[in-house]
Design a protein around this ligand. Structure first.
Ligand code: SF4
Length: 391
C-alpha cells in the first residue's frame, strides 16, 4: 500500500459549518462552493454586475473547478476584488491519498472543523488509451443508521455535510486526476445516508448534473439509500434521471431488522411497495444492493425468497460479499456460495451481478469507510486537540 501526502491547496479550506441556507461562512464571507447558479446570479446583481456574470462565475467554480478567483480571467480584476471581499472559494483539505494494489485510491479529507471524511476513486475499464474512474463520495460525517455490517456505523453520526462539502469531494478529486482522465460515474455511497441529509444531497446532485457546471450525465450519478421510504419519491422528483440504489440486504423483515435497524421504522414491505410504484411510474430500473453475510442471508432459499419479493419491480441486483473489518462480527461467504446465490436470481430472470471488492487492502471497499481519529477518540485512545477557530 502506498500512502501519498498531498500538497495542500493554496486557498482556504471549507469550514464545514453551514448556515441554515447551506452556505459556509468564514469571517462573514459566503462560500461560493455549494451555491447554485441562481444564487450566484443574485450575488453578482447585488454587486452591480449583470446576470451573465453570475453564470460565468458558476461555470468557473463547477465547470472549470477553479480553486480561487485568480484564474477567472474573463471576470475583470476590480470585480474579482469586490467578490473576494464578500465571498470565498472553499476547497477541501486533502490529508492523504492511500493507493491500493488494485489501483483504488482513498482520499482522506480534513474538514475545517477538524472532522474527516473519505472518498474513493476506483479505476474502470475504458477504451484503449482512455483512463476513467468511478468516484464514491460521502454525504455525512459518520452515519446514524447503525447497519451492523458497516464500519461507518461504528462511528455514529457526527454531522451533516453541506452541499459544498459534498460537491467539493468531486471537484477536489477531479483536480488531482492526470490530464485526459475523468470520472465517468459518481455514486453517493460513501460515509452516511444521503436521504438523511436530504436538502444538501439534492442540491449537490443538481450541481453535479447542471449543464453549465460539472455537467455529469444524470445517468452517471447514483444515490444510494438504506431505505428512508417517505423520501424516495420526493428525491426522484427533485433530481429526475439520477440513479437510485436501495440497500436491501435481506429477503425477509426479521433478518433485515437485525442488520438494518431502520427497517424497524420503515419496513421492507412498504419500501418494496414504494420501489414498485416508482419503477412503474418513472419507468426506471432500481438497483438493489445486497450484502452477503455467511450463514445469515446467503442461502439459495434466501435467494428464492428475494426473487419472489422483488416481483414486479424493474430492477437489477448488486451482490456484495461482505468486506471484513477489525471487530466485525460477520464472515464473508465463499465464492461458490456467492455464485450459487447469483445463479438462483439469474434463473428467475433477474439481472444480478457480483460486485468486486475494490480497495480492500486500504480499507476503501463498501462498508469500510471510517474516521480513524474519531474511532480512536471513541475508544479513549487519543484526545483530539481543539480545532482552530474558523477563519
Ligand atoms: S451501510 Fe450506509 S446507511 Fe448503513 S450505517 Fe453504513 S453508511 Fe450508514
Amino acid at each position: 500500500m502506498e500512502l501519498k501526502q498531498i500538497r495542500p491547496e493554496t486557498t482556504e479550506n471549507l469550514d464545514g459549518c453551514p448556515d441554515p441556507a447551506g452556505r459556509s461562512l468564514v469571517a462573514g464571507k459566503v462560500d461560493l462552493k455549494g451555491l447554485d447558479e441562481a444564487e450566484m446570479v443574485s450575488m453578482c446583481e447585488e454587486l452591480g454586475e449583470p446576470a451573465y456574470r453570475g453564470r460565468q462565475l458558476f461555470s468557473w467554480i463547477y465547470g472549470k473547478r477553479a480553486p480561487s478567483f485568480e484564474g477567472m480571467t474573463n471576470l475583470s480584476k476590480p470585480f474579482r476584488e469586490r467578490l473576494a471581499e464578500r465571498a470565498r472559494v472553499g476547497v477541501l483539505a486533502p490529508e492523504r491519498l492511500e493507493e491500493g494494489a488494485d489501483g483504488t485510491g482513498k482520499f482522506v479529507w480534513r474538514l475545517g472543523d477538524g472532522e474527516h471524511i473519505e472518498s474513493v476513486r476506483i479505476p474502470m475499464p475504458g477504451r484503449e488509451g482512455e483512463k476513467r474512474w468511478a468516484l464514491c463520495i460521502s454525504t455525512q460525517v459518520g452515519c446514524a443508521m447503525g447497519c451492523t455490517f458497516c464500519l461507518t456505523a461504528k462511528m455514529g453520526f457526527v454531522r451533516q455535510l453541506s452541499a459544498g462539502e459534498i460537491v467539493e469531494q468531486y471537484l477536489a478529486a477531479a483536480r488531482r486526476l492526470p490530464e485526459g482522465e475523468h470520472f465517468r460515474n459518481v455514486v453517493f455511497m460513501g460515509m452516511g445516508e444521503p436521504l438523511d441529509n436530504f436538502g444538501p444531497t439534492v442540491k449537490a446532485a443538481r450541481l453535479l448534473i447542471h449543464p453549465n457546471g460539472v455537467a455529469l450525465s444524470p445517468r452517471r450519478l447514483t444515490v444510494s439509500t438504506v431505505g428512508i421510504t417517505p423520501r424516495l419519491k420526493e428525491f426522484i422528483e427533485a433530481v429526475p434521471g439520477v440513479g437510485l440504489a436501495v440497500s436491501l440486504h435481506a429477503a425477509d423483515e426479521e433478518t433485515r431488522s437485525r442488520i438494518v435497524p431502520v427497517n424497524r421504522k420503515w419496513g421492507m414491505a412498504d419500501l418494496l411497495r414504494a420501489c414498485r410504484e416508482l419503477s412503474a411510474h418513472e419507468r426506471r430500473r432500481i438497483t438493489f444492493e445486497y450484502v452477503l453475510l455467511k450463514g445469515l442471508n446467503d442461502s439459495p432459499e434466501d435467494a428464492r425468497r428475494l426473487a419472489a419479493r422483488l416481483q414486479g419491480v424493474r430492477c437489477k441486483i448488486n451482490l456484495l460479499p461482505w468486506n471484513p473489518f477489525e471487530g466485525g462480527s460477520f464472515e464473508r461467504p465463499s465464492e461458490s456460495r456467492v455464485e450459487g446465490f447469483r445463479a438462483v436470481l439469474a434463473a428467475q430472470g433477474y439481472i444480478a451481478t457480483v460486485r468486486q471488492s475494490r480497495g480492500l487492502d486500504i480499507r476503501a471497499a463498501c462498508g469500510q469507510l471510517v474516521d480513524d481519529v474519531k474511532m480512536a477518540e471513541r475508544a479513549g485512545k487519543v484526545r483530539r486537540s481543539t480545532p482552530a477557530p474558523m477563519r
